[in-house]
Design a protein around this ligand. Structure first.
Ligand SMILES: Nc1ncnc2c1ncn2[C@@H]1O[C@H](COP(=O)(O)OP(=O)(O)OP(=O)(O)O)[C@@H](O)[C@H]1O
Ligand code: SF4
Ligand SMILES: [Mg+2]
Length: 324
């Protein structure tokens, strides 16, 4: 892998689902444009944050990366290779290298399996490791996430939500994952536990050099852990920038509204009070032109007629908005 090549790259990635409901055989299906022409990349050892409201397509991206669904169009490249073309040993290598941790630590761990078996499972499926190597690997993973090797004997119901999320992280790192997709990993946890899990994730990244795709809707959490951030709205990336420059000056009106909603109001702040009003339009019948125009305080006549393309506004930043 060359230095310039990202670990993972989504290229024009698109996923349309046929809409549910009664459909007669001769009618064309309507499509839910869950992910629409998304291009982002993640360098080795770094974190890309992905933020957006519920239903904007974040988990569909997770499922595409895990190859649980096929794309309608576009590609996912891992170390430069199209992951949907991988077969045999190469596919096993990919499944081992790319792991995920989901939001709900209560449904993501099988209640009938012991913790040790849960952690060993992806590792033993993908390698022909010996008995002792497996025991050692499980013990090492448990210690890395701040649990004890003795916990391997227990069942998930014996643990708190935060501890269960540590078990899910241990399962991901036991395979020596290169990329972990973290799909809202702290959203279901008590506020007091969230910071501990975030610190653990940062420590593990420093120790292991693993890359993260960190998905969330809480901008403060996402910007804290990420080097770069992609902001999604109705299946499309509307802004992509370094986390620091995005925090210092969000450009897209939707990003600005997300920040306004995330940060406590400062009485001395002279910035206009931007709050996203209205509900998210449906991905089934998105608005004309800019998808954000029905909710945008800056909307101009052009915005309902012409869809803005994601354009570079500097060497490190892209925005899809007619204001730029
Ligand atoms: N299998 C499916 N069939 C039909 N539509 C789907 C399917 N999976 C997802 N969708 C639709 O695709 C869109 C994106 O869903 P997705 O779960 O990716 O959103 P999300 O950003 O993860 O939301 P949340 O923040 O609530 O987790 C939604 O409109 C959803 O209803
Ligand atoms: S293109 Fe127009 S409607 Fe869309 S975000 Fe920009 S100003 Fe608002
Ligand atoms: Mg989701």
């Amino acid at each position: 892998m060359s230095a310039a090549q990202p670990l993972l790259a989504l290229q024009n990635l698109t996923k349309y689902f046929p809409a549910g409901g009664l459909r007669l055989p001769w009618t064309q299906p309507d499509w839910v444009k869950a992910v629409d022409d998304v291009s982002v990349s993640i360098p080795a050892g770094q974190t890309l944050g992905l933020v957006g409201e519920s239903g904007c397509g974040k988990t569909t991206i997770t499922r595409l990366i895990l190859r649980l669904v096929q794309p309608t169009a576009g590609e996912i490249l891992f170390e430069g290779r199209d992951v949907f073309e991988l077969r045999g040993k190469d596919l096993l290598h990919y499944r081992q290298a790319v792991q995920a941790v989901f939001q709900d630590p209560f449904s993501s761990l099988s209640p009938r399996m012991r913790v040790g078996d849960i952690i060993a499972e992806p590792f033993t499926v993908h390698t022909n490791a010996s008995h002792q190597t497996t025991i050692d690997r499980v013990a090492e993973a448990l210690e890395l996430v701040g649990l004890s090797p003795a916990h391997a004997k227990r069942f998930p119901h014996e643990f708190s939500g935060g501890q269960r999320q540590r078990i899910a992280i241990a399962r991901a790192i036991a395979t020596s994952a290169r990329l972990i997709v973290l799909d809202e990993p702290v959203s279901a946890l008590d506020v007091s536990i969230r910071a501990q899990i975030m610190t653990l994730l940062e420590d593990l990244q420093r120790q292991l050099g693993v890359s993260y795709l960190f998905i969330g809707h809480d901008l403060a959490t996402v910007t804290h852990i990420s080097q770069r951030i992609a902001v999604m709205y109705l299946g499309k990336i509307v802004e992509e920038a370094g986390a620091d420059e995005l925090t210092a000056a969000p450009l897209h009106p939707y990003t600005r509204a997300l920040f306004a909603a995330a940060l406590p109001a400062d009485p001395d702040d002279q910035h206009e009070d931007l709050v996203v009003s209205g509900s998210v339009p449906s991905a089934l019948n998105p608005p004309s032109g800019c998808y954000f125009h029905p909710r945008c305080p800056f909307a101009m006549p052009r915005c309902s007629a012409e869809r803005p393309l994601l354009k570079a506004v500097s060497a490190t930043r892209q925005v899809a908005c007619h204001l730029y």
